[in-house]
Design a protein around this ligand. Structure first.
Ligand code: S3P
Length: 172
């Protein structure tokens, strides 16, 4: 499939810190397909940073912009990385379920907490215990990620390069 460059437009899902953006970029180079990060798309669209959107419009305001953004981008010939909460709206899950391939990048919550702890650009964890917050989010979102994903990459100790290879292997 990859050799023929025949229209593989993966979407990456998973919790904050799971490597959707960095692996998405690598994947886009490898597949020769442009890369779109939904959070960056939202920031461009809104003309505001994600913390600013959360501060001014709350999480629900952000989810509404995210819903519109996903609807605009999904189906375009791109590699798409989504925000960790993109599965929260049912309408988004319907779109993601209808798309293939959707790839869930999964790591331990401890590992993710270590990666995102103290990141000022992630309002979901601002002023809260990072690991505990991730545990709460995982409880709600894992069933949704499972529902939407065609493939789950259990990253374990895999670095970016190894993760990329594993995803490419799946796509082959
Ligand atoms: C969010 C994840 C973020 C971003 C926003 C909300 C979440 O994206 O969309 O801060 O609810 O998990 P990343 O998963 O790229 O950090």
């Amino acid at each position: 499939l990859i050799d023929k460059q025949s229209h593989i437009y993966p979407i990456l899902i998973g919790l904050m810190g799971s490597g959707k953006t960095s692996i998405g970029k690598l994947l886009s180079k490898e597949l020769g397909v442009p890369f779109v990060d939904l959070d960056h798309y939202i920031v461009d669209k809104a003309g505001k940073t994600i913390p600013e959107i959360f501060a001014e419009q709350g999480e629900e305001g952000f989810r509404e912009i995210e819903r519109e953004a996903l609807r605009e981008v999904i189906g375009k010939p791109v590699v798409l990385s989504t925000g960790g909460g993109a599965v929260m709206r049912e309408e988004n899950r319907v779109l993601l379920e209808a798309h293939a391939p959707v790839i869930w990048l999964k790591s331990s919550l401890e590992f993710l907490a270590g990666r995102i702890d103290g990141d000022p650009n992630r309002p979901m964890i601002a002023g809260r215990d990072t690991l505990k917050t991730l545990q709460e989010l995982a409880e709600i979102r894992y069933p949704y990620y499972t529902q939407c994903a065609d493939y789950i990459l259990h990253r374990g100790k895999m670095n970016k390069a190894a993760s990329l290879q594993a995803v490419l292997e799946y796509l082959r």
